[in-house]
Design a protein around this ligand. Structure first.
Ligand SMILES: Cc1cc2nc3c(=O)[nH]c(=O)nc-3n(C[C@H](O)[C@H](O)[C@H](O)COP(=O)(O)O)c2cc1C
Length: 212
């Protein structure tokens, strides 16, 4: 079985973004369980033009291609005014480019979720909103979502100084890797994936009126 590819998307443009550090820690948890990982952090997301503006047409393709190849994702957003940040949502809007793919959006993929905020209140709302977004994108939010209070934690040397928070973030990475591995190992999955690819292609042909 090939090692699953887990793609991380999230962070803020701040160089010491707690959100991005949390995401990197969760990806390390995935790596420790044998996953390959790719990160699209705050600096990358901050360069993405607003989706559907003319400038966005040639942007974001590295992230879109990585998502197409991914076996699982981890999304990390700060709480901005009680909800997901505009920058993270803009990045997720780019996944609309996969709508016509044989595997559209995040169809069938496990997705781990992380919310940070300056206090606890916004973290719950952000996790709930991220779960709704992932459902809309046909992904499977993994059972454990990490809520991080940025007021009380610091990150150093690729991990959180609070060992409990560190363990929570690694759990997010591990749950995504475990689910991705189950899918890759399951012979029925390969058959179902082939059938779903065929169905999606048929639907796409129907929608676009392709004869034959
Ligand atoms: C525009 C803006 C809005 C914010 N709104 C909230 C909020 O509603 N509740 C909250 O607890 N923190 C809020 N914060 C704080 C961030 O959620 C918090 O600092 C988060 O952990 C992001 O940190 P990072 O830049 O280190 O990744 C806000 C920050 C900004 C810049």
């Amino acid at each position: 079985m090939r090692a699953p590819l887990i793609v991380g998307i999230g962070g803020t443009p701040r160089p010491t973004s707690t959100t991005e550090c949390a995401l990197v820690t969760a990806l390390a948890g995935a790596k420790a369980d044998g996953a390959r990982t790719a990160l699209f952090g705050g600096a990358y997301l901050a360069r993405l033009p607003l989706y559907l503006t003319p400038e966005s047409e040639s942007a974001g393709w590295e992230m879109i291609e990585a998502v197409r190849k991914a076996d699982g994702l981890i999304i990390a957003s700060p709480g901005y005014h009680g909800t997901v940040s505009g920058m993270v949502k803009n990045a997720l809007d780019y996944l609309e480019a996969t709508a016509g793919d044989p595997r559209p959006y995040l169809d069938g993929l496990p997705v781990g979720l992380i919310a940070t905020a300056f206090g606890w209140q916004a973290t719950g709302g952000v996790l709930t909103t991220l779960r709704s977004i992932i459902h809309a994108l046909r992904g499977w939010p993994t059972p454990y979502g990490a809520a991080i209070n940025a007021k009380t934690v610091t990150f150093a040397d690729g991990g959180c100084t609070d060992l409990e928070v560190n363990a929570q973030l690694c759990r997010v990475g591990r749950q995504v890797t475990e689910h991705a591995g189950l899918r890759l190992r399951d012979p029925a999955h390969a058959r179902l994936e082939r059938e779903s690819l065929r169905l999606n292609l048929l639907l796409a042909e129907g929608e676009h009126g392709v004869a034959g």
